[in-house]
Design a protein around this ligand. Sequence first.
Ligand code: SF4
Ligand code: SF4
Ligand code: FES
Length: 246
Amino acid sequence: MKIKIKRYNKEKNEQTTIEEYSVNHNETILNSLIEVKTKYDNSLGFRCGCKSGVCGSCAIRVNGVEKLACKTHLEDEDLIEPIKNTEVLKDLIVSLHHEESLLKIGHTFLNSNSLETITKEDEKKIDRQSNCILCQSCYSSCPVYEVNKEFLGPYTLTRALRYVNDKKESAPLEILKNIQTNGIWDCTLCGYCTIACPQFIDPKSDIMSLRMKSVQNGFEDKSLSAFNSSFDLGFNNDFGFNPNGF
Ligand code: SF4
Ligand code: SF4
Ligand code: FES
């Protein structure tokens, strides 16, 4: 069986190449990468931790689609590439620095700990979003993040909803405030992040929930309010006819 791997080394400023290797049948992609490293080229760069879909470190793209290397079986001639929209350091290893800084900008963590009693029902409300393993597959698939690196992006926004809904968070409005700019209103709701997520988290619908909560709390999409104020919606017969037909 053949595996094709995109190779690049930032330090050496090398040309990007696609290298092909023969590997064993019926293995996960992670095992095939380990085989390539031990059998052919010890310099091959990739990340792995838990080897069981828990740590999120082995996210890659397989034929253009985001996958976890330890949870995906290799098919013949698969092309393995690093995840997109972030800096490639070496082969399949990418920089995680910028995306981590977005969590800080969005303040999507427990800002102030309330003394509320947490029930099982309360836990259930944040269960799904709490399963994020920070693998970055959603950022790799996001077309808005591709063109705007200031966009807070899917996992920061999913985590925002997690803490807005967390009874332990006593200042959820602060989180909502922090995600208005370069945040929930910039998403096109394309849903690619939802398809890419190996944890079956749904950042698209989380963003829709955050929009609803924002409106309920007096926030609005600033781009729309600017549009409305610059456009007279009155039908003062500028059209020369009644658009309602009576
Ligand atoms: S739904 Fe929004 S956050 Fe998700 S990939 Fe599309 S633009 Fe990005
Ligand atoms: S939301 Fe899903 S795809 Fe995005 S980082 Fe978390 S686990 Fe990965
Ligand atoms: S090695 Fe941890 S998720 Fe794959």
